[in-house]
Design a protein around this ligand. Structure first.
Ligand code: PEP
Length: 256
C-alpha cells in the first residue's frame, strides 16, 4: 500500500463497472486504449467486464496496474444453479475481485441481503476481494432514512465476515438516485456517508481505517477530482464514464 495524505495507508481504488456492455473485441480495444494512459499510476485500477470478457481482460492486462473483477458470483462452490458462476471459477481465471450487491442486481434480479450475507464471506474465503455496494433510494433519503438503510445493509451483508477479514472488503457507497441518472451526490453528502459507513465497520471491531470506501453514482472526469479529494472517499465505482478509456483514465488521474 502506498498511502496518501489524509488517507492513512489506503491506496486509492478506481473501478470500472461496464455492466452489460462490450463484446470481447470491444473489451480488448478498451484495454489497449487504457493501459498506456495509466502506465504510471500508483492506484488500484480495477475493470469489471461481463463474464464473457473476463479472460480477455485478464490476459491483456497482465503485467499492468489493472486488476479484474467480476460483476456477480454465486455463494456455492458448485451445484445445480443454472446460469451462475462460483468464486473458484473466477479465481481460476485470475479474476481478483467481485462486485456484490449492486443496486441493479438487488432491483432487477432479487439479490437479497440474506444472499449477500453468504456471498461476501464466500468471496473472501476464495481469495476474491468483494466490492460490496450499498445505497439508499431517493425516497429513503427524503424520509431521512439514509443512515438506517445503510446500517441495515452493512450489518446484514457483513454479518458473517470475521472482523479481521473486514479490511479485505471494499465498500462502495452508491446512492440509487445517482446511478446512471447524471445526478451526483455532493462531495459533502458522499463524504458524510463514507464516514458513517466507516463508523459502522468500526463497530464491528474491524480496523476500519484500513477499509477502502468508494463513491459511485454518475462519477465523470468533470466531477471526479472534487469527490476523490475528500479524505473519507478512497476511490470510485464508475459506470457510464468507464466505458471510454480516455474518460476512465481521466478519473484515475483525478485521484492522484
Ligand atoms: C455503477 O454502475 O455502479 C454506477 C455508479 O454507474 P454510473 O457511474 O453510470 O452512475
Amino acid at each position: 500500500m502506498t498511502g496518501e495524505p489524509g488517507r492513512g495507508a489506503r491506496t486509492s481504488y478506481l473501478a470500472a463497472n461496464w455492466k452489460m456492455h462490450k463484446t470481447v473485441a470491444e473489451a480488448a480495444e478498451f484495454i489497449d486504449g487504457l493501459l498506456p494512459r495509466i502506465a504510471a499510476t500508483r492506484h488500484d485500477v480495477v475493470v469489471c467486464p461481463p463474464f464473457t470478457a473476463l479472460s480477455e481482460v485478464v490476459e491483456r492486462s497482465r503485467g499492468s496496474a489493472v486488476r479484474v473483477a467480476a460483476q456477480n458470483m454465486h455463494e456455492a462452490e458448485s451445484g445445480a444453479f443454472t446460469g451462475e458462476v462460483s468464486a473458484s471459477m473466477l479465481v481460476a481465471l485470475d479474476v481478483e475481485a467481485v462486485v456484490l450487491g449492486h443496486s441493479e442486481r438487488r432491483r432487477h434480479f432479487g439479490e437479497t441481503d440474506e444472499a449477500l450475507a453468504r456471498k461476501v464471506p464466500a468471496a473472501v474465503a476464495a481469495g476474491l476481494e468483494p466490492i460490496l455496494c450499498v445505497g439508499e433510494s431517493e425516497e429513503a433519503r427524503d424520509a431521512g432514512q439514509t443512515e438506517a438503510v445503510l446500517e441495515a445493509q452493512l450489518q446484514a451483508d457483513l454479518a458473517e465476515v470475521e472482523p479481521t477479514d473486514l479490511a479485505r472488503v471494499v465498500i462502495a457507497y452508491e446512492p440509487i438516485w445517482a446511478i446512471g441518472t447524471g445526478r451526483t451526490a455532493t462531495p459533502e453528502q458522499a463524504e458524510e456517508v463514507a464516514a458513517f459507513i466507516r463508523d459502522v465497520v468500526r463497530q464491528r471491531g474491524a480496523a476500519a481505517d484500513d477499509v477502502r470506501i468508494l463513491y459511485g453514482g454518475s462519477v465523470k472526469p468533470a466531477n471526479a477530482a472534487e469527490l476523490l479529494g475528500r479524505p473519507e472517499i478512497d476511490g470510485a465505482l464508475v459506470g457510464g464514464a468507464s466505458l471510454d478509456p480516455a474518460d476512465f483514465a481521466a478519473i484515475v488521474e483525478a485521484a492522484a
